[in-house]
Design a protein around this ligand. Structure first.
Ligand SMILES: N[C@@H](CCC(=O)N[C@@H](CS)C(=O)NCC(=O)O)C(=O)O
Length: 215
């Protein structure tokens, strides 16, 4: 087995890559990193100085690949399977990358801000930043809700990298800012994603760690 995934089972960006790996039953060695353990954190920093997971190490090519989107593009190219994460034609590729960026930058990061703030000491909280993050989340959800009207998957007729990005982002966004009543198309899409075996497996495997999520 040549692939190792450095990850944590509760990490939303790791979920994005886990969905892609499970979609194609791609064999990999899971390496859980506990950033709360100084030795593990230091070893992980050696691998990727930015110290954020997911990171994939491919011993076959001697490559270390950080960044969820780049990992999925790498898997698509070097470990192809029944689910193609990136399309063949340039226009569909543009759409997939756009949706991937929309989820990561305009919903996922703001959701992280809200969750991250809950983990800060009371005196170090940033209520204004959290309010701004929630406003930006609502704007992104408005856009997603409009786009998902009449669609099954995020781009075209097939499950792609765009849907991998949507899985953790909608799931965790719904925990911090429940949108079932306000954004029905986005919510129906999230429920469809939850039916997908790859994503259902990721959510199930995270259950034992769920108590670590700050409410
Ligand atoms: N742009 C990165 C974001 C990765 C990221 O934010 N990872 C979080 C977990 S979801 C992390 O490692 N947080 C640990 C920290 O910031 O110390 C990607 O797409 O992979």
């Amino acid at each position: 087995m040549s692939l190792t995934l450095y990850y944590h089972p509760l990490s939303s960006f790791c979920w994005k890559v886990l969905v892609a790996l499970y979609e194609n039953d791609t064999p990999f060695k899971p390496h859980l990193v506990d950033l709360g353990d100084p030795a593990q954190a230091a070893a992980f920093k050696e691998l990727w100085p930015i110290r954020k997971f997911p990171v994939v190490r491919d011993e076959r090519t001697g490559t270390t690949i950080p960044e969820s989107t780049i990992i999925i593009e790498y898997l698509n190219r070097h470990y192809p399977g029944r689910t193609r994460f990136i399309a063949d034609d340039a226009e569909t590729v543009r759409q997939i990358r756009y949706v991937d960026r929309l989820y990561d930058l305009h919903l996922h990061l703001h959701m992280q801000k809200v969750v991250g703030d809950r983990m800060r000491p009371e005196t170090k909280r940033d209520p204004l930043g959290v309010e701004d993050a929630k406003t930006r989340m609502r704007t992104a959800l408005d856009l997603i809700d409009r786009d998902m009207q009449g669609r099954t998957w995020a781009v075209g007729d097939a499950f792609s990298m765009a849907d991998c990005s949507a899985c953790p982002t909608l799931y965790y966004a719904n925990l911090v800012l429940p949108f079932g009543e306000t954004h029905r198309h986005a919510s129906a899409y999230m429920n469809r994603l939850l039916q997908r075996p790859s994503f259902a497996r990721v959510v199930k495997e995270a259950e034992p760690y769920r108590h670590m999520f700050p409410t």
